[in-house]
Design a protein around this ligand. Structure first.
Ligand code: FMN
Length: 202
């Protein structure tokens, strides 16, 4: 299923066609594609080139135990994601390697790496769905993530997009609903936050 962005300005097709589905085909993702997505993440920019992103990866066919453990940390509302053939957890390393000081941009940089991964996934015919709805404590415990130095950020479900008919009820409705965005005017400003930027209009 496709849900292209209803955009007012030109967009790269990989950006226009990315969305967050809940229905995935029941077929594994090739190992080289998983590695290609992670390689894309690796080449993201980061503050001081710290590369503070970490990924725990589970795929149903190659690392099923990891897939099961990541599935176990999901909140109930995200149980649909257990059917995705690949689950990843992104993790931020919170301190700089070179001086041990807090890295205020660690989470920002993890987001950059994840977006690289997401766009690479699109280019490989895959779709992704990121989730904050997971149990943080459980993630630390089940996946052996030290609390003082690392922060679990998001679970990412990845797979080949499937038909909305794979879902029922409210999940199916959400799959079929319109994608929405606030207008550019509400997020882009001139000189001061809150003062409209007079160039782009939507
Ligand atoms: C950090 C993050 C956390 C999210 N958490 C959840 C979640 O727990 N459950 C869910 O169904 N979707 C989740 N989403 C997906 C968003 O709801 C989705 O990206 C947003 O509605 C925009 O839709 P689109 O991605 O299809 O454009 C999350 C997305 C991000 C980036």
């Amino acid at each position: 299923m496709e849900k292209p962005a209803n955009s007012h300005y030109p967009l790269n097709p990989l950006i226009r066609n990315r969305w967050s589905p809940r229905a995935f085909e029941d077929r594994p993702v090739e190992s080289w594609k998983i590695c290609s997505m992670l390689e894309a993440a690796r080449w993201a920019p980061s503050c001081f080139n710290e590369q503070p992103w970490r990924f725990i990866v589970g795929s149903v066919d190659m690392t099923p135990r990891s897939h099961e453990l990541i599935g176990q940390v999901l909140m109930e509302g995200n149980n649909w994601a257990k059917k995705a053939p690949v689950l990843m957890l992104s993790v931020a390393k919170l301190h700089f390697e070179y001086n041990g000081k807090p890295n205020r941009h660690a989470q920002h940089d993890v987001g950059l790496a994840v977006e690289n991964l997401v766009i690479q996934a699109m280019d490989l015919g895959l779709q992704t769905h990121q989730m904050a709805g997971f149990h943080l404590d459980k993630a630390h415990d089940l996946l052996a993530i030290p609390r003082d130095t690392y922060e679990p950020m998001a679970v990412i479900a990845i797979g080949y997009p499937g038909s909305a008919d794979l879902l029922e009820g409210e999940l199916r409705n959400r799959e079929l609903s319109e994608r929405e965005r606030q207008p550019l005017q509400s997020m882009v400003f001139n000189e001061r936050l809150g003062v409209s930027y007079p160039v782009c209009f939507t």
